[in-house]
Design a protein around this ligand. Structure first.
Ligand SMILES: Nc1ncnc2c1ncn2[C@@H]1O[C@H](COP(=O)(O)OP(=O)(O)O)[C@@H](O)[C@H]1O
Ligand SMILES: [Mg+2]
Length: 538
């Protein structure tokens, strides 16, 4: 080794340089979901459509979203996504799209699809990285129409506007159109743009989505016309706040003293609880938040965790509900029987969340394969990283043999079954920025299992009812088949007319209503099932 490779601290000091977030993701695009051309195409469409759904939701507009995907060459695509949302004011437009970690959702606790402000700008970064082309954005809030062409200056993490013009808006159009070119690969099976849109339609039945792809047009029409109520924004709950966050909040709060800081910035803390927390932490409630010492903040944090408080409010959540889930799954899978369960909201690390699930069985579903799992977080389909996800873990931990399915250890059950799970929360703990899997918090796994077990029991009852029905029909068929022979034998013994006996036997069979009895019997058995009492408590 030559001396030239040895560096002194002083020499090294000259290499120090700040890294912009845009440069970081330019080198680590896989962290945003751009690790291969197929996934990249899905991610771009997903980020833009998610934004359109978020924006129309907040503005209380029934969404109509057009997705155009044009193949330019073997691995080059033009993507245009247009919505009828509120649009973006011109002062913010370039920043919203041309700056990473810039958005309207991160600092609010509200159930939405996007959060970090990395979605649209991430897609633009990927576009310019693989094609070198600027992105075109057209937007109007109902007034003038603005068109921007921009790229991201990655060293500065700032938009660099190449072109901007505005025109009069004659018909009052409002919304956003994003047009960009990317490297990608288009397929239509399994993990694909089409599958993402299909699953999106399943959990967003009030949206109309029109997809113009390389192989033609697909329209996902809305099946309901009401927009779900906009979930409320909430403040953090004291039980979920981490000490580092608390410290930051104390530093920047506008509240004059600790007591008002607690009541203003947290949910479920009234004057009394605030005073109680201060007392427990041995802090004067009138202290200026910025004047708390290191030790005092630690004591405050501890007191906030240990005091009894009402759980956070749950009107910040917007579940789909059992009716929507049932209709959505039936429509998209053609299952014969669908059962849905929406659990009551609960909490992980102070964040309210809610699990719902639906099971689809029979009909168009293939009998001899592993059940298909559809995972959703805040109504967004998760197509990748299935095995890293808390929802998958819960689905494989459920003992499906209790509900008449075969299942190998640690696997999903076998059979004509689809399992849909929806996780709704003000904060989705994704395992990475690619946002494809939910972190395995024990509270989340437990709730998901409870939902699946509840739905599983109902499905199990349907399946065993169906099996008994089939058996009863077979018995009846068998009897019917031999009716002529039985009649003949009886007529010989009794010396009565064979035809008379045959007619009598046939009427008897009709009256015997075996089917009704079989159904009743299964229902009664279902109610008294042993597992009903034991399960769900583990
Ligand atoms: N189609 C749209 N209509 C209205 N606003 C939008 C639209 N797309 C993006 N925005 C705004 O731009 C911001 C940045 O978008 P994005 O980078 O995807 O971040 P995120 O969705 O995580 O907040 C959003 O927070 C939103 O305020
Ligand atoms: Mg977004």
């Amino acid at each position: 080794m030559g001396n030239s490779t040895i560096k002194t601290a002083e020499e090294l000091a000259e290499s120090f340089r700040e890294i912009s977030i845009a440069e970081f993701f330019e080198k680590n695009r896989h962290l945003l979901g751009y690790e291969n051309p197929t996934k990249a195409l899905i991610t771009v469409v997903k980020e833009l459509v998610d934004n359109s759904l978020d924006a129309t939701n907040e503005a209380r507009i029934l969404p109509e979203i057009k997705v155009n995907l044009k193949q330019l060459s073997e691995n080059r695509f033009k993507i245009i996504v247009e919505d009828n949302g509120p649009g973006i004011v011109k002062e913010k437009l370039a920043l919203a799209f041309g700056k990473l970690l810039y958005g309207t959702k991160f600092h609010r606790l509200v159930q939405s699809r996007g959060t970090q402000g990395l979605g649209a700008s991430g897609a633009i970064l990927y576009s310019q990285l693989t094609t070198g082309k600027p992105t075109k954005i057209v937007s109007s809030t109902g007034k003038d129409i603005h068109t921007y062409e921009l790229v991201i200056d990655t060293v500065k993490n700032e938009p660099h506007i190449i072109n901007h013009n505005s025109e009069k808006n004659v018909d009052g159009w409002h919304g956003v159109i994003v047009e960009l070119e990317v490297e990608g690969r288009y397929i239509e099976k399994e993990q694909s743009v089409l599958e993402y849109l299909k699953q999106t339609a399943m959990t967003n039945p009030y949206a109309k989505i029109i997809f113009n792809g390389p192989n033609g047009k697909f329209v996902f029409d809305r099946t309901i016309k009401e927009i779900p109520k906009q979930p409320k924004e909430i403040k953090p709950h004291p039980h979920g706040v981490e000490i580092g966050i608390l410290r930051r909040m104390l530093k920047y709060t506008k509240s004059r003293n600790v007591s008002s800081f607690l009541t203003n910035e947290f949910s479920r803390v009234g004057k009394n609880s605030a005073l109680q927390i201060c007392k427990l932490a041995k802090i004067n409630a009138n202290t200026k938040p910025q004047n708390l010492s290191h030790e005092e903040i630690e004591r405050l944090h501890k007191a906030m965790q240990s005091i009894k408080l009402i759980a956070p409010p749950t009107d910040c959540l917007s579940p789909l509900g059992e009716r929507l889930l049932t209709e959505g799954l039936k429509k998209e899978t053609g299952a014969e029987f669908v059962v849905a369960v929406t659990r009551p909201p609960t909490v992980y690390r102070g964040n309210p969340f809610q699990i719902e699930c639906a099971l689809g069985y029979g009909g168009n579903l293939q009998p001899d394969q592993q059940a298909q799992l559809y995972r959703f977080a805040n109504k967004v389909p998760l197509l990748y990283n299935q095995s890293d996800c808390a929802l998958t873990e819960a689905a494989t931990e459920v003992d499906w043999r209790r509900y008449n399915f075969s299942q190998s250890q640690g696997q999903l059950p076998q059979g004509p079954l689809v399992i849909l799970i929806h996780f709704a929360s003000v904060w989705v703990p994704y395992t990475s920025e690619g946002k494809q899997a939910i972190a395995k918090y024990p509270e989340i796994i437990k709730e998901t299992k409870l939902a699946l077990q509840d739905a599983g029991r109902k499905l199990g009852r349907f399946i065993s009812g169906k099996r008994r029905l089939l058996e009863a029909q077979q018995r009846r068929g068998l009897f019917e088949k031999y009716i002529a022979e039985v009649a003949e034998a009886l007529s010989k013994i009794t010396n009565k007319s064979k035809d008379n006996i045959k007619t009598k036997l046939e009427t008897m069979l009709k009256k015997e209503n075996i089917i009704d009895e079989a159904i009743k019997e299964t229902e009664e058995n279902g109610e008294n099932d042993e597992e009903n009492r034991t399960e769900g408590k583990d």
